[in-house]
Structures are given as C-alpha cells and as structure tokens.
Design a protein around this ligand. Sequence first.
Ligand code: 13P
Length: 239
Amino acid sequence: MLIAGNWKMHKGPAEAGAFCRALREADLGTVDVVVCPPDVSLGAAVQALAGTEIGVAAQNVHWAAEGPFTGEVSAPMLRELGVYGTIVGHSERRQHFGETDETVALRLAAALEHGLQVIACVGETEAEREAGETQAVLARQVGAIAAAIGDTDGLVLAYEPVWAIGTGRTATPAIAQEAHAFVKTILDVPVLYGGSVKPENAGELAAEQDVDGALVGGASLDLSSFAAICRAASPSSRS
Ligand code: 13P
C-alpha cells in the first residue's frame, strides 16, 4: 500500500522542510509514503527526510537528459538531487499544459530508464464518463503507457477521475475498483486511486482489492490529515 502526497504548486523550500521534519515524527501506520513537492522544494524535502523510508518524488520530468528545453527538469538532475521518483501525466498537465499521451510516454520512458520510480496518471473527465467512454479513455491512456515501456519495473499507475480531483466528489469504492481492475487488464502494475481522498474515505477505498494506494492532493498538505490517511489505509487498521 503506497500513499503519495501530490503537493501541486504548494509549499516553498522552507515550508517543505518544516513539513518533512514533522512528517519524520508522525505516526504513518504501515504504508509506504512518498511526498511530491514542487521542483524548488525537492532539495529541502530530500534533506529533511534523509535516512527515513519516506520517498521524495517530483511532479513531472522531461524526456531529454539535457538540452534547450526552457523551464524543464531532467531525470539525471532529479537523481543528482536524491529524488527517487516522479509523477507523469497528471490531468492538470494534460488539461493546462498540453500534455498528450505521446509526451507522457516519452517522459515516462526516460524516467524509468534513468532509474526513477514513476507514478503515471490516467483518468476520464466527467463528460467522458457520462458519454460512456470511461473504458475507452483508460484503454487509450494506459495503452500508450504500455507501448512506451520495456518492462513494468518501477512503474505504478494512478487512476484519477478528473471529476473527482479537487471537487470533494470522491469516486465510490466500487467505481474505483471497477476502473482499477480494468486498467490492470491492460497493464498489470499497482494502481493508486486519486481524487478527493480524505481521512474519512481512505480506509474504504484502500480496502478494495485492486486499490493499491492513494495519490492525495489537497489533504496531503496538512500533516494531521495526511498522517490520518496513511493510518486509515494501513492494512493493520482495516478489517
Ligand atoms: P485532490 O486530492 O485535491 O482531489 O487531488 C487529487 C490529485 O490530483 C492528486 O494528484
């Protein structure tokens, strides 16, 4: 069970360092824990979490090792900083920054090649779900990821229905389970659920057979709610 906190564009270096120092002392149950700060705060997080089992991952990565790509950061640069992994293909990148299945595939392949763990995000919009296209969208997105990789070592998927992100509208455990099971028919890797995960719903989501963890946005910014999610999702605390 993996619980990853996607901080999005929150917490500069000072705040990230303080949060991570407090995270070291928190009761996080028995799950694996990863935090994903913005690039400028990765170094502070790595430093604050040194010597712990808590991983630090970036929110995106470029496919080239270096080059004329203003505003981008490469996998070797992240590795040099002590970062262990990265998110790719988040729906906010797809919606607001022109990310496509093709660019997600390039980023993912380069990240894995350079030894980063990857959380690759997929998920349908509300309009796609209402049009009955959920499985077609997931098949396209996951298919593009599957086609880009040699083997699945180091890869985790995150099913994040766009209508559940930042809306307070969490997918029901049954909806998450159905999507995760479908995704695994295409690519058999662990699948995290993301979209309005909170301490109150983390346990029931984590109890589903094909839910292997959570990618938490808003609720990961607050230490007590993030720690409560980790504890709720811990196998020992679920019946
Ligand atoms: P929220 O938990 O804020 O809905 O965000 C989910 C998400 O996008 C995690 O990557």
